[in-house]
Design a protein around this ligand. Structure first.
Ligand code: PBG
Ligand code: ZN
Length: 326
């Protein structure tokens, strides 16, 4: 039989497959998230996210050392606190665990580490919503003020980057204005630009104790039926001064990552979220997949879709098991 085109020729063996491969995961483009809790004695493993912990603020420097030595030098911090109220007063409090950890890490590691910190109120409000609740609605404009305060407090502590994850209107513009005004002109804003109201955040809310006490986040996070709306959000965040724009979650939103890569003048980040991590862990636990293979498949797909960087809970496992050398 004569077949002019045999694509299988280029799949014959591993050497040829490697030779023609287009995409490769790159650990220099990956950020590891951490959950920081108030003072305590030891780390606490999050039940729904095996291998991920809440680390007490005063122990973090010591707990993080082995990770840094493995190669993790880009991190995103989330706070876990017990003091919660209507205005999220702990968000910019000097005893906020992430503010304290940012300070300690930057004093210790200086520019050998890139520290990003989450800017959102849901870890600090008694309602668990990402903003200030008035009646039963999350009020946009009064929330902005608090987000600005939090971003400035983090920048003052030395954060390299702040990540507003609340999806309030004009949050990037407001935070940028506050940072400029207070003299933090080099603080990077990584905006959660296309953040969908997703079912994949469940384990995170368990980890950060940030689940809404009533209702849901659909009046501020995006509707997963929509795609064009992301172009509007992208345009706004760029105009408002975002340095990096993010799509979240990632695996069910590869089309959105692709659209961002085509239209964004600034780098595109993708957040491989908690539920995506936990699904992998569950499959592996039930012997339905080999962890290394499925992790590399997922992360390669996110890079292939167009992400310039990925926030992922898998990064520690990658370094620990040297999967990136595969
Ligand atoms: C807080 C925030 C959330 C995540 C990051 N920042 C949860 C939410 O919006 O409910 C989710 C991250 C993850 O699931 O890994 N606004
Ligand atoms: Zn939030």
């Amino acid at each position: 039989m004569e077949i002019p085109n045999r694509p299988r020729r280029l799949r014959q063996n591993q050497i040829i497959r490697d030779l023609i491969s287009e995409t490769r995961i790159n650990t220099k483009k990956m950020i590891q998230p951490y959950f920081i809790s108030e003072k305590g004695t030891q780390r606490f493993e999050i039940g729904s996210m095996p291998g991920i912990f809440r680390d007490p603020e005063d122990k973090f420097l010591e707990l993080f050392k082995p990770d840094f030595e493995m190669g993790i030098n880009k991190i995103m911090l989330f706070g876990v606190v017990s003091t919660k109220d209507g205005g999220g007063s702990f968000a910019d409090h000097k005893d906020n665990p992430i503010i304290r950890v940012v300070q300690t890490l930057k004093e210790h590691y200086g520019d050998n580490i890139f520290v990003a910190a989450d800017v959102c109120l849901c870890e600090y409000t008694d309602t668990g919503h990402c903003g200030i609740v008035e009646g039963d609605y999350v009020d946009n404009d009064s929330t902005l003020k608090r987000l600005g305060d939090m971003a400035v407090a983090l920048a003052k502590a030395g954060a390299d980057c702040v990540g507003p994850s609340d999806m309030m209107d004009n949050r990037v513009g407001y935070i940028r204005g506050e940072l400029e005004d207070k003299g933090y002109k080099n603080t990077i804003i990584m905006a959660y630009t296309a953040k969908y109201a997703s079912n994949y955040y469940g384990p995170f809310r368990d980890a950060a104790d940030s689940a809404p006490k009533f209702g849901d986040r659909k009046s501020y996070q995006m509707d997963f039926r929509n795609k064009m709306e992301t172009l509007r959000e992208l345009k706004l965040d760029i105009e408002e001064g975002a340095d990096i724009v993010m799509v979240k979650p990632s695996l069910a939103y590869l089309d959105i990552i692709h659209i961002f890569k085509e239209h964004s003048p600034v780098p595109v980040a993708a957040y491989n979220v908690s539920g995506e991590y936990s699904m992998v862990k569950l499959m592996v636990r039930e012997n339905m997949a080999v962890e290394k293979d499925i992790v590399l498949e997922n992360l390669t797909a996110i890079f292939r879709a167009g992400a310039d960087m990925i926030l992922t809970y898998h990064l520690r496992d990658i370094f620990k098991n040297r999967w990136h050398h595969a």
